[in-house]
Design a protein around this ligand. Structure first.
Ligand code: NAD
Length: 515
């Protein structure tokens, strides 16, 4: 399918394809006159421009979604389920197209793009079982002749605002459940990789979803603020960096909305001396450098409980030497292990963190600064980087880097490692590597983090559990997907009902109802 053919924009500043919105079941060119470049990070070329919505476009998108909601919420459960199954089948059979789009705009390698689609598809599969999860409860004869039951109804128009690093999976954490429950979704994807959302919109149309139930509103802060302040939008689901997550939470709450706002991370791997160091080195490399470290569940700090640090660093260094870095789409049929970063600006920011660590006294064991790939001189590449003895006062330790930079911090004991994890501002994910079941059990109890791996480095929960961190990694009290997702996207009513007849009618009584 072509995402640009009907979306030529008067705002075009070059002859690159123009990407617009998806409103009322069709591509809609942006007329705002504002655009952002969409790069191919492997080549550095601007391959498209995306329109950035103005207020008129925001209003149009939300009004269309409201009409979509009014139609969709009247569909029977069976009909809604039919559309979800059709969407799942189309996604499963055509996911290769989506993976190529993700790699072209994000840069991650194709197999990794496929991985994120499959994790999103899991949520679609969960959502197909929605009738069971929104059916409420019934208590017959709670008092004489009185039945009490609950209804779970959709909220209405719901907003989803997503980050660049998972352009398909993160929206799919939310929209399958929201739509299954009878809501209409307005998705504001990242302006850095906006095409995956448009592809998913076309797929919904093919699956039979009525127009207006899934809308893609391209844009920046203006579009986000439009969703946060609109009286029509009932809830906001956000994933992105912590400062923006906090802003989203505060602003949307002030405007009376439900909010789930997932923020940034700094995930630690605690390695106890009894762990299998070959396993640990493999997993540290996979979790540190996969997707070039642009994952909110990436491992960015290895806490090595001495005396294992030197041996572990040697093993990680040897593995880094075997990594292939290149165009995520592959060259000559060979897929690399790691692609580029999202933009040159972000690459330079990652590089500056390595400068900071070095200036603060860290040892640069493997240096990815200035990394180039043959034939891709203008690509946004940064080589895998390994730092040792990073001071825990350095900003390179306390802040999220979001790049292929793994920091080793040496600690003397389990307790010292635990204290470091618990004293950080984030609480997204963490992992312990050990063969000691008692230590692992203690860790899961004592660590102040939302998602924990035991000999598993990237513990992203399956779809029927819920995803979310603690502290500055999650604002609000609802996690993504699982039971939390169904609760978030439905509003409950409790009905107390009595069918009057002369025998049970108690006459006049001004007292408070008792059972
Ligand atoms: P970001 O915060 O820059 O952007 C996220 C979304 O917010 C985008 O749609 C963007 O257009 C919008 N936005 C950006 N600035 C804004 C502003 N000033 N006002 C209103 N809206 C604004 O994040 P990103 O760089 O796209 O993504 C990377 C971040 O996301 C990392 O911090 C990563 O840890 C985090 N992340 C977290 C999770 C999680 O589950 N906790 C998952 C994925 C990514």
């Amino acid at each position: 399918m072509s995402l640009t053919e009907t979306a030529s924009s008067p705002a075009a500043t070059t002859d690159v394809p123009q990407l617009g919105h998806w409103i009322d079941g069709a591509l809609r060119a942006s007329t705002s006159g504002r655009t952002a470049p969409v790069f191919n990070p492997a080549t550095g070329a601007v391959q498209a421009e995306v329109g950035l919505a103005d207020q008129a476009e925001i209003d149009e998108a939300i009004a269309s979604a409201q009409r979509g909601f009014e139609a969709w919420s009247g569909y029977s459960i069976a009909k809604r389920q039919g559309v979800l199954f059709a969407f799942r089948e189309l996604l499963n059979s055509r996911k290769g197209e989506l993976a190529e789009i993700i790699t072209r705009e994000h840069g991650k390698v194709l197999s990794d793009a496929m991985g994120e689609i499959l994790r999103g598809q899991e949520v679609v599969e969960l959502a197909t079982g929605f009738p069971h999860l929104i059916k409420g409860a019934f208590s017959e004869n709670a008092s004489n002749g009185i039945d009490v039951y609950s209804l779970k109804q959709p909220l209405g128009v719901v907003g989803v605002i997503s980050p660049f690093n998972f352009p398909a999976m993160v929206p799919m954490w939310f929209f399958p459940i929201a739509i299954a429950a009878g809501n209409a979704v307005v998705l504001k994807p990242s302006e850095k990789d906006p095409s995956a959302a448009l592809w998913l919109a076309e797929l919904w149309k093919e699956a039979g979803l009525p127009d207006g139930v899934f809308t893609v509103l391209q844009g920046d802060k203006l579009a986000v603020d439009g969703l946060l302040t609109s009286p029509v939008v009932q809830s906001i689901s956000f994933v992105g960096s912590t400062p923006i997550a906090q802003y989203i939470y505060e602003t949307a709450s002030k405007h009376g909305k439900r909010v789930q706002a997932l923020g940034g991370a700094k995930n630690h791997m605690l390695v106890l001396p009894d762990a299998d160091l070959d396993l640990v080195a493999d997993q540290a490399v996979n979790a540190g450098y996969g997707a070039a470290g642009e994952r909110c569940m990436a491992i960015s700090v290895v806490l090595a409980v001495e005396p294992v640090a030197d041996e572990l660093i040697e093993k990680i260094t040897e593995r880094i030497g075997r990594l292939r870095i290149g165009n995520g789409a592959g060259t000559d049929g060979v897929e690399p292990d790691m692609g580029p970063l999202i933009t040159d600006v972000h690459r330079d920011k990652v590089s500056s963190y390595v400068d900071i660590a070095e200036a603060d006294g860290a040892r640069v064991v493997v240096d990815g600064r200035g990394y180039t790939v043959d034939g891709h001189d203008d690509g946004f590449f940064f080589g895998p980087t390994l730092l040792d003895q990073v001071p825990t006062t350095s900003r390179a330790y306390t802040e999220e880097i979001f790049g292929p930079v793994l920091s080793v911090v040496r600690v003397a004991s389990y307790d010292e490692g635990l204290d470091l994890i618990n004293s950080g501002q984030f609480g997204n994910g963490t992992a312990i590597f050990t063969n000691d079941g008692g230590a692992a059990r203690r860790f899961q109890n004592e660590v102040q983090v939302g998602m924990i791996g035991i000999n598993v480095p990237i513990p992203v929960p399956v779809a029927y559990h819920s995803f979310g961190g603690w502290k500055q990694s999650l604002f609000g009290d609802a996690k993504a997907y699982g039971v939390h997702g169904f609760d978030f996207f439905t509003r409950e009513k409790a009905v107390t009902s009595r069918w009057l007849d002369p025998a049970t009618h108690g006459g006049i009584n001004l007292g408070f109802p008792q059972n």
